[in-house]
Design a protein around this ligand. Structure first.
Ligand code: TUI
Length: 308
């Protein structure tokens, strides 16, 4: 499965791991890269010093390329952008915003730049800014999301730009990967499937909830604030959505979610934690597979389907 993305990134398989806050640590990133995909360290809301330490740990665990995801709402985004350039990280992906102001610095450092976009407009703007590829992420994804579905967004982005497009949102097996390729994608990015991988440091309770999840078990909080986030339904989402419906101001509701991602990922609090996951969680039935096993299974299944 050679594509412009495998060539651009110097990887064996066109599979990229999502840059999930708290979950996408050096352990997961190096495991995905060592398995032939592209592992990503998720900066999330972490400080720049943490990101630098993670990059150095990942370098000690793999000789293969890996990337860093810069979540643009991070208060230390400027510093993290610099750390990425200074450490000579091969690939950067960005989320939840427009990375325009960092592009020239990263280009000078020779970093491959891949913004995550949720619209054709941002994809076109990014191409004009000189980025190397885009991730077109559908609303099926976990975490911070846009409006368009993967099925509608991917082919429209593919038609609108000439750079390669990576599909994300709702992909967790070989069928999803083959479908994305039929839409014109040249790689896929998966998040939720890798949360449940053996190398993921996510708490056992969170992994178990992904395995138990059914098709309609996610909720989107924060829509009315223009900050939609997809998570698995629990006590926290129930309280959040009730408050949102009542028109409780954002600042007050925010108290409910402060630190809630760490609660889910690190403490395993499935009641009040924010268990970010995509709609495809219902398809994920195992948490005993390594990144290598996951990637090999998906690539084998997708190749078979695409040849048929
Ligand atoms: O970034 C993501 N997913 C995320 S970030 C995140 S961190 C977080 N933690 C706690 C609460 C809330 C967030 C969790 N999940 N995906 C990439 C993505 N980017 N999806 C959608 C977008 C996006 C949306 C609007 C990108 C750009 C954009 O507008 C850009 C602009 O300013 O024009």
């Amino acid at each position: 499965m050679k594509t412009r993305i495998t060539d651009l990134l110097g990887i064996e398989y066109p599979i990229i791991q999502g840059g999930m806050a708290w979950v996408a640590t050096h352990e997961l990133a190096s495991a995905v890269s060592n398995a032939g995909g592209l592992g990503i360290i998720g900066a999330g809301g972490a400080p720049a010093s943490w990101v630098r330490d993670q990059i150095r740990a990942c370098k000690s665990e793999t000789d293969k390329p890996f990337g860093v995801n810069l979540m643009l709402m991070n208060p230390e985004a400027d510093e993290i952008a610099k750390v990425i350039a200074e450490e000579g990280v091969k690939v950067v992906t960005t989320g939840a915003g427009n990375p325009g102001k960092y592009i020239s610095m990263w280009k000078e450092a020779g970093t491959v730049i891949i913004p995550v976009v949720a619209s054709v407009a941002l994809a076109k703007l990014m191409e004009r800014s000189g980025v190397d590829a885009v991730v077109a992420e559908g609303t099926e994804s976990g975490g911070h999301i846009g409006e368009a579905t993967t099925m509608t967004l991917v082919p429209q982005v593919v038609d609108a730009v000439s750079i390669p497009v990576i599909a994300a949102g709702g992909i967790a097996d070989g069928r999803g990967m083959a479908a994305a390729f039929m839409l014109g994608a040249e790689a896929v990015q998966m998040g939720t499937r890798f949360v449940a991988a053996t190398e993921s440091i996510a708490h056992r309770n969170y992994k178990d909830r992904i395995v138990k999840a059914k098709d309609i078990d996610s909720e989107v909080t924060g829509r009315s604030f223009g900050h939609p986030v997809r998570v698995l339904r629990n006590q926290m989402t129930k309280e959040y959505l009730e408050m949102e419906k009542k028109g409780v101001p954002f600042e007050e509701i925010e108290q409910l979610t402060l630190g809630s991602l760490k609660k889910a990922v690190v403490d395993g609090d499935t009641k009040m934690g924010s268990m970010m996951a995509g709609q495809i969680a219902g398809l994920i039935s195992r948490n005993d597979m390594s990144c290598k096993e996951i990637i090999e299974e998906i690539v084998n299944d997708a190749s078979r389907l695409l040849k048929a």
